[in-house]
Design a binder for this molecule. Structure first.
Ligand code: PEP
Length: 259
């Protein structure tokens, strides 16, 4: 079985209702012209999830993800959204562990591990983000840093649950900075992540796990990143807010061989 290829767009806290619907409709219209071999994931702000999911439901390869959720199923948590609610909307994925959630909302290992459990329990796919800050990379500790992130927050999942996980390697120093990891840096870390998944679970689970690169991915650098054996696609921030750029990244993934 070959791994799922994916290009996901994290819109973060951008776009009003009309802008979001326009962007979603542009992406969906253009997605119809692709072969469908690359799964396209849209992660709009939560108020727009339901409508955009309805807009995309006829195209099996266009899925919708929430950017976050709470770890409790329900209760007195004003302003929060549970994985169960997202499941009831038939969403496909929840992004867990994005570095902005870690930095601004105190999503630490213990919170993330509970979120991972809640999302898996609801039967939704997880896009789990990991990645090191600049000082860690400069001190050459990036592999052990990412290994700790995965083992502390993700590896409490069962092997069966792990089959629904997409890992996004997003070096913090590359997110929103215009600084991209080199293809060699991305490949090295993706291969390392696959190795530790294999050691924790099995080589089959590791080989089937989709691992995305994230961090200033754009139409100019996407093909070189995707040319690497262990880079299955991208989690895209800034460039996903422009349908033409996002589609160019999808096209870059389309025209490279399936693993
Ligand atoms: C992200 O936030 O997940 C991301 C990769 O952002 P950008 O592409 O803007 O660096």
């Amino acid at each position: 079985m070959s791994r799922k290829l994916m290009v996901a767009g994290n819109w973060k806290m951008n776009k009003n209702l009309m802008e979001a619907l326009t962007l979603a409709s542009q992406v969906i219209t253009r997605a119809k012209k692709t072969s469908g071999k690359v799964e396209i994931v849209l992660a709009p702000p939560s108020p727009f999830l339901h409508t955009i999911n309805s807009m995309s439901k006829d195209l099996g390869f266009v899925k919708v993800a929430a950017q976050n959720c709470h770890y409790e199923q329900n209760g007195a948590f004003t302003g929060e959204i549970s994985a169960e609610m997202l499941k009831s909307m038939n969403l496909a994925y929840v992004i867990v562990g994005h570095s902005e959630r870690r930095k601004y909302f105190n999503d630490d290992h213990s919170v993330l591990s509970k979120k991972v459990t809640a999302v898996a329990g609801a039967g939704l796919g997880i896009i789990f983000c990991c990645g090191e800050p600049l000082d860690v990379r400069e001190n050459n500790n990036h592999q052990s840093f990412v290994q700790t992130q995965l083992s502390d927050s993700l590896f409490n999942l069962s092997a069966e649950e792990m089959k629904n996980v997409v890992v996004a390697y997003e070096p913090v120093w590359a997110i929103g900075t215009g600084k991209t990891a080199t293809p060699e840096q991305a490949q090295e870390m993706h291969a390392f992540i696959r190795k530790i998944i294999s050691e924790q679970y099995s080589s089959e689970i590791a080989n089937n796990c989709t691992i995305l690169y994230g961090g200033s991915c754009n139409p100019a650098n996407a093909a070189a990143l995707f040319a690497n054996h262990d880079v299955d696609g991208a989690l895209v921030g800034g460039a996903s807010l422009h349908s033409d750029q996002f589609l160019q990244i999808i096209n870059a993934r389309e025209f490279l061989p399936v693993r």
